[in-house]
Design a binder for this molecule. Structure first.
Ligand code: SAM
Ligand code: SF4
Ligand code: SF4
Length: 344
């Protein structure tokens, strides 16, 4: 009997469990914390991984320990025939959870086919309940469609999470209304601290609303909140209100969770990133389009993970005068640094 190969852990003993797969860098919104510039350089279409390549790569990741896959983008629902990809990925042995992060606009149209194909859960980004404010944040008049997308996901029976990036001067006065809306929808809300990632060229530290501040606002309204420990590697710290409502905070800027980070990212053109803040990625498209066997790809992934030392957000904590990670000129020459390319 052959012995099963040992699953790799990185230099800080972190396993590889979670994969964020970006299926497109295109988007139908222009959120000012993610895509504030007037125009963008897109990844060449011929470089975008096709479904055979994505399936093969996901199988390789599953063989080195990944059991959770999240489809993202850009806006993943812009990728043609996405349900077909979901169907293929859901069947891969070892993948226990297949999720989607979306802005929700196309969910009413595509939700049923995605559910049918085997998608397990959906996260919709929703930063405001006000249509005019949505227009200011997302630079598109699509608020009604996002709300209809959330309702559609719920009606289809998906477990739904909502992501709200809290930016001072934009929406910090909606912490309580968003929490109440999520509770009505039976969805778990996660507040996300504004991150100084690539793409966020307008980031300023004064605009970050910290986890401490978010919790203080909630406690003033609902009384004390308790931490809820579920799974240590999840990016969100979860809390529970006295009435049992659960919510999360992703405190990447003020309380990074690098110590338990078990995720890898693949851009739509097959660049592997072992950290959201990493400058350089590895071109796995070349592996997929070259002579490597499945076993060689598996070994290369395992080797890369064993060499991993990333703790990008923790390192940024040590910077006294924090400014955006990358300037607009640099992003124009290197779209791989962009948040909408990396998938968040
Ligand atoms: N388009 C989809 C969406 O918006 O849900 C998926 C891709 S988007 C890049 C993934 C997540 O990244 C979203 O929840 C978005 O709010 C978050 N995000 C983008 N830029 C951010 C920033 N500067 N700080 C914190 N979160 C950010
Ligand atoms: Fe907004 Fe997501 Fe599009 Fe970025 S990728 S602009 S967060 S909808
Ligand atoms: Fe993981 Fe990098 Fe984010 Fe830290 S900054 S949690 S290592 S992706």
């Amino acid at each position: 009997m052959t012995e099963a190969p040992r699953l790799p852990t990185d230099r800080f003993s972190r396993p590889l469990r979670s994969l964020r797969l970006s299926v497109t860098d295109r988007c139908n919104l222009r959120c000012t914390y993610c895509m504030p510039e007037p125009d963008y350089e897109w990844l060449p279409r011929s470089d975008i991984l096709d479904f055979d390549e994505l399936e093969r790569l996901t199988r390789a990741f599953a063989s080195v320990g990944v059991d959770r896959v999240r489809l993202t983008g850009g806006e993943p629902l812009l990728r043609r025939d996405l349900p077909e990809l979901v169907d293929r990925l859901a069947k891969i042995e070892g993948i226990e959870e297949l999720a989607l992060t979306t802005n929700g606009i196309l969910l009413p149209a595509q939700g049923p086919a995605l559910r049918e194909a085997g998608l397990d859960r959906v996260t919709v980004s929703l930063d405001t309940l006000r249509a005019e404010r949505f227009q200011a944040i997302a630079q598109r008049d699509e608020h009604g469609r996002v709300l209809r997308g959330i309702e559609a996901a719920r009606e289809l029976g998906f477990p739904v999470k909502l992501n709200a990036v809290v930016v001072r001067g934009f929406n910090e006065d909606e912490i309580i209304p968003l929490l109440e809306y999520a509770r009505e929808q039976g969805a778990e809300l996660r507040f996300i601290e504004y991150m100084d990632v690539g793409g966020a060229t307008q980031w300023r530290s004064e605009q970050v609303v910290s986890q401490d501040e978010i919790l203080a606002t909630i406690e003033r309204c609902f009384g004390s909140v308790q931490p809820k420990v579920v799974r240590e590697s999840a990016p969100a710290t979860r809390f529970v209100l006295q009435d049992g409502t659960v919510f999360g905070v992703i405190a990447s800027t003020t309380k990074p969770f690098c110590a338990t980070c078990d995720r890898a990212r693949i851009t739509a053109d097959g660049t592997l990133l072992t950290c959201l803040y990493g400058r350089l990625g590895v071109d796995v498209r070349a592996w997929l389009r070259g002579p490597k066997t499945d076993e060689q790809i598996r070994e290369d992934l395992a080797r890369l993970w064993r060499e991993r030392r990333d703790r990008g957000a923790e390192q940024r904590l040590g910077i006294a005068e924090r400014a955006p990670l990358a300037k607009a000129e640099e992003l124009r020459g290197n779209p791989h640094l962009e948040m909408h390319t990396r998938g968040g």
